[in-house]
Design a binder for this molecule. Structure first.
Ligand code: ASP
Ligand code: MG
Length: 722
């Protein structure tokens, strides 16, 4: 069973009622549904005037227009015999109203609206049962007797097991002596919560005329925004302090029985509105909304700011006071309140300005657009990325006007998604409890969940994740990757990924796949330094080889073999260092560089001459190290010889214009000797150097750290933000 409630403005006229019936009709397809309605808008106010009318004439004059409004609705909703019967039923209620005790008048509004709606539902062929809330909801000493009411409600629903839809008037009840009574102004929300709790409903939806609980009353503050989720306690505080969207007593029954309340907008049924539930927001400090309560007699108003997890009251109070002083408003007394709630009194005539000032201060710095990140891979780079985001949130926001939050993360076995954001510090533990990522489950979940402005970040080393890129683009995600295997594919596949991004209006960035965070690819793509196209790119981009070779330069203290072992210990090389020595990683980088320059280079087009001869590659690893040791004197002799000549060896990947080559470019990866004038001569450690030359210019040389998990993470952040 689910319980829905519609307020007076949702049933104000026949058009609105028809829209509501659509919502109820489609809800009822999923589950049995109990619907609580208010009186049509303005009706209760008029009934209260009728109750206090001094003369019969006055009463009749007030009843007449109300009767016309109900007749108009009936005329629009029904024809023929149905119209006659509906009119008779309503007229009878109006006769009762004209004759009833003044204290009973106010109860007729909900009887009128629900009788019309229940009849309309039946006419549409839906099995509908009208429940008399006066018999079911009972009060005692002015308060709802929940135990008795729940029993009555459960029995009434049990009795009618054929009905698909139950319609019940909100607001009304009866007291211990059987007299009609009400649950207070706005009480239909409360009726709905009582029905939901009594029936242990799976859902409670309160449909109103605004998109959920908002950061302020949108009638006062046009910039108000929906609060997507809020705890019962905070919702209660807002409701008690002037948020008109929800009648405060409603929260109790729902909270006691753990039923989430979803506040929805009947003018915009697709909008998810606000969910009120146990869960509080995970963000450390979070302000939810601002309300006000006027004290007409005293001529003052109390502003109330509600937050959750507010750890610095001092700074919040400072912000409130300075926002007001900027608006030229002086508060009456001090800021009070406890936990995340703040109260401040102002003179009633300035309450709108005060609300606007506080709202601006706490809720309108939102020009900062949120970027949601789904992270794949939680190894060295993924972890550094999360750490960096955690640390630099504020800095990024103030510098770029954008804020990045991680909403999904996976490693090779598990994943965890939370669209409200995941605290970077908690990722490891979240992953441990996460869902199985087997069979692409993470990607499926990301595609299903991704909100607007989401970026998928591939920090894996997976050889096959690129196969999922197209589905991610289709689902509206952008992609940033540091995984070079996703780009060094055969050219057709590479081009297909790029085309998929373009077709789906997504961005696809991978600047960290070559030379880490150095601005290489963007310079090539932008043809920086080249007025007439790029004529050559030369790159020393293997961190492992640079480390070994530059370690060897002019320093014979350590043998080649032992440098290689150390490179592996420092996490720079693969376990079998020959994978690096063979140049396959450099090949991937060269493919990416060339393609960025518009050259459709394939692996087969590249001539690779590894720095060691064939026999080093075809033996076992032990044999390999033994042979290296044997070779050491030859290495030394070669180095000495080069030293004499003032030369050094570098492992250079290059692509150069060459009209005899099939692509018009010749691509090579090989050891070359360079002189002191070469940009590759002075390199230390894992530095990378890339030289991009045009026909008419000296080369653009970019040199810097080519390695480092934190730099890779910074490069990824740059890709996300650019
Ligand atoms: N009709 C009642 C009122 O106006 C109850 C409600 O709308 O919730 O207060
Ligand atoms: Mg209402």
């Amino acid at each position: 069973m689910q319980v829905l409630k519609f307020g007076g403005s949702s049933v104000a006229d026949a058009t609105r009622i028809s829209a509501v019936l659509d919502i109820v009709g489609s809800a009822a397809q999923n589950d049995r549904t109990l619907v609580v309605f208010s009186a049509i808008s303005g009706c209760t106010d008029t009934l209260l005037k009728i109750a206090s009318a001094q003369t019969i004439q006055e009463k009749t004059d007030l009843i007449a227009p109300l009767k016309i409004r109900h007749h108009d609705i009936i005329k629009r909703l029904f024809t023929g015999q149905e119209r006659i019967e509906a009119t008779q039923e309503i007229d009878q209620l109006f006769d009762e109203l004209a004759a009833c005790r003044s204290e009973d008048c106010v109860c007729y509004g909900e009887l009128l609206s629900t009788k019309i709606i229940a009849r309309k539902m039946m006419c549409e062929g839906i099995k509908t049962s009208w429940l008399d809330s006066r018999k079911l909801i009972r009060t005692r000493e002015g308060r709802v007797n929940q135990a008795i009411s729940y029993l009555h409600i459960a029995d009434a629903v049990k009795e009618d097991d054929t009905a698909r839809v139950f319609i019940a008037p909100g607001f009304i009840a009866s007291d211990e002596s059987g007299q009609m009574t009400t649950l207070g102004r706005g009480g239909s929300d409360y009726s709905a919560a009582l029905y939901a709790a009594a029936l242990k409903a799976s859902a409670l939806q309160i449909w109103t005329d605004v998109p959920g609980i908002m950061t302020a009353n949108p009638k006062d503050i046009p910039a108000a925004q929906t609060i997507p989720s809020i705890s019962y306690e905070a919702a209660l505080t807002l409701a008690e302090n002037g948020a008109k969207v929800l009648y405060a007593p409603t929260v109790g029954p729902a909270m006691e029985s753990g039923i989430a309340i979803n506040i929805r907008n009947s003018y915009d049924p697709e909008h998810p509105g606000t969910v009120i539930s146990e869960q509080s927001l995970e963000r450390a400090q979070h302000f939810l909304g601002v309300t006000c309560l006027e004290d007409k007699q005293a001529g003052t108003a109390r502003i109330c700011l509600v937050g959750e997890g507010v750890n610095s009251r001092r700074s919040a109070i400072g912000r409130i006071l300075s926002a007001l002083s900027e608006a030229g408003i002086s508060p009456l007394g001090e800021v009070s309140g406890s936990a995340g709630t703040f109260f401040l009194d102002v003179r009633a005539i300035v309450v709108k300005q005060a609300l606007a000032a506080v709202h601006r201060e706490f809720f309108e710095e939102r020009s900062i657009s949120k970027i949601n990140v789904f992270l794949a891979g939680f190894g060295a780079v993924g972890q550094s990325f999360a750490e960096l985001i955690g640390k630099n949130k504020e800095k990024i926001a103030s510098r770029t006007g954008k804020s990045i939050r991680i909403v999904g993360v996976s490693n090779s076995s598990k994943y965890y998604i939370n669209l409200r954001g995941i605290d970077p510090a908690e990722i490891s533990s979240r992953l441990e409890e996460g869902e199985s990522a087997a069979d692409g489950a993470y990607i499926d979940a990301v595609c299903a969940a991704a909100p607007r402005r989401s970026v998928f970040v591939d920090c894996t080393n997976s050889p096959s994740l690129h196969e999922k890129y197209e589905s991610l683009f289709k689902a509206g995600l952008n992609i940033v990757t540091s995984n070079r295997r996703s780009l060094s594919l055969p050219y057709v596949q590479y081009a297909a990924i790029k085309a998929a991004a373009r077709e789906n209006g997504a961005f696809f960035r991978y600047d960290t796949t070559v030379a880490n965070a150095l601005p290489i690819l963007e310079s090539i793509a932008g043809e920086a330094n080249c007025s007439d196209g790029i004529s050559s790119i030369e790159a020393v981009v293997s961190c492992t080889l640079n480390y070994i070779i530059t370690g060897y330069d002019g320093n014979r203290g350590e043998s080649f073999a032992s440098l290689l072992k150390r490179a592996h210990e420092e996490g720079l090389s693969e376990k079998d260092p020959r994978i690096d020595l063979g140049g396959s990683d450099v090949l991937r980088k060269l493919l990416i560089l060339a393609r960025e320059a518009g050259i459709p280079l394939e692996a087969e087009d590249v001539e690779i001459k590894p720095m060691l001869s064939e026999e080093f590659f075809s033996c076992s690893i032990e044999e390999f190290y033994r042979m290296l040791a044997e070779y050491e004197p030859k290495f030394i002799a070669r180095e000495d010889e080069l030293d004499e000549l003032g030369l050094r060896q570098r492992f250079i990947a290059s692509i150069k214009k060459d009209s005899t080559a099939s692509l018009g470019y010749k691509a090579e990866i090989k050891m070359q000797t360079v002189g002191i004038d070469s940009p590759f001569y002075w390199i230390s450690g894992t530095e990378n150097v890339i030289a991009v030359a045009g026909k008419y210019s000296a080369p653009l040389v970019i040199k810097g750290a080519g390695e480092g998990r934190r730099l890779a993470a910074a490069g990824i952040i740059k890709d996300i933000l650019s």
